[in-house]
Design a protein around this ligand. Structure first.
Ligand code: GRF
Length: 193
């Protein structure tokens, strides 16, 4: 079994989807821990309700030792795979080096388009709508030192209708996110990547 640690800051819909698929054994891995910077997030709420272990790691708690704290906690849980699922903080270099090709992220656009610093949440979908593109989509990629620049594992597109706005587009893209993130994790856990 692959030990999975999920990092999430927000609603946690990707986290929930992945968790359910591990329970159903569609993904041959086990979520051993949720790490969040935000104790009030939907992700932490879900972890509490479902008895999933979680740790709140943020600057309030670990002012001078944040990077080391991630390392300690990840080692303690014998982490095989790290999943960023709406995590709003940069992953420090020490973690990227130790877990090379073992950290994935989901991004709500067809990278390399609309990626990099500042492209998160509704910023992404607003930019896509303003561009007049016919398609958007989601991308699963490995995480390296640069925002949204690691190699692409999976991508799927979705058609943008003239009636779409950033909110309806975000909803459509989120459905794709849940699907392709689960598929990518599944093949990683089966060592088919
Ligand atoms: C998703 O759109 C994901 O692509 C981005 O952050 C959002 C997280 O959504 N990285 P949720 O918290 O999983 O619902």
């Amino acid at each position: 079994m692959i030990n999975i640690v999920v990092f999430a800051s927000g609603n946690g819909s990707n986290f929930k989807e992945i968790y359910i698929r591990t329970l159903k054994k569609e993904i041959k891995g086990i979520i051993v821990l949720l790490i969040s910077n935000n104790p009030k997030s939907g992700a932490v709420k879900f972890a509490k309700e479902n008895n999933i272990k979680f740790e709140v790691i943020n600057l309030c708690r670990f002012k001078n030792s944040l990077d080391k704290q991630y390392e300690i906690v990840l080692k303690k849980h014998k982490t095989d795979l790290i999943l960023l699922a709406g995590f709003m903080k940069k992953i420090p270099k020490n973690i990227i080096q130790i877990y090379k090709n073992k950290i994935m992220n989901i991004h709500p656009s067809l990278l390399p388009k609309y990626g990099g610093k500042g492209f998160y949440g509704s910023n992404v979908h607003n930019a896509v709508i303003d561009s007049g593109d016919s398609y958007s989509g989601a991308t699963v990629h490995y995480v390296n030192e640069e925002y949204d620049k690691g190699s692409v594992i999976k991508q799927e597109k979705v058609k943008i209708e003239p009636s779409d706005n950033s909110k309806t587009l975000a909803e459509k893209v989120l459905i794709i996110e849940h699907k392709i993130y689960s598929e990518a994790i599944k093949i990683f856990c089966e060592k088919r990547i």
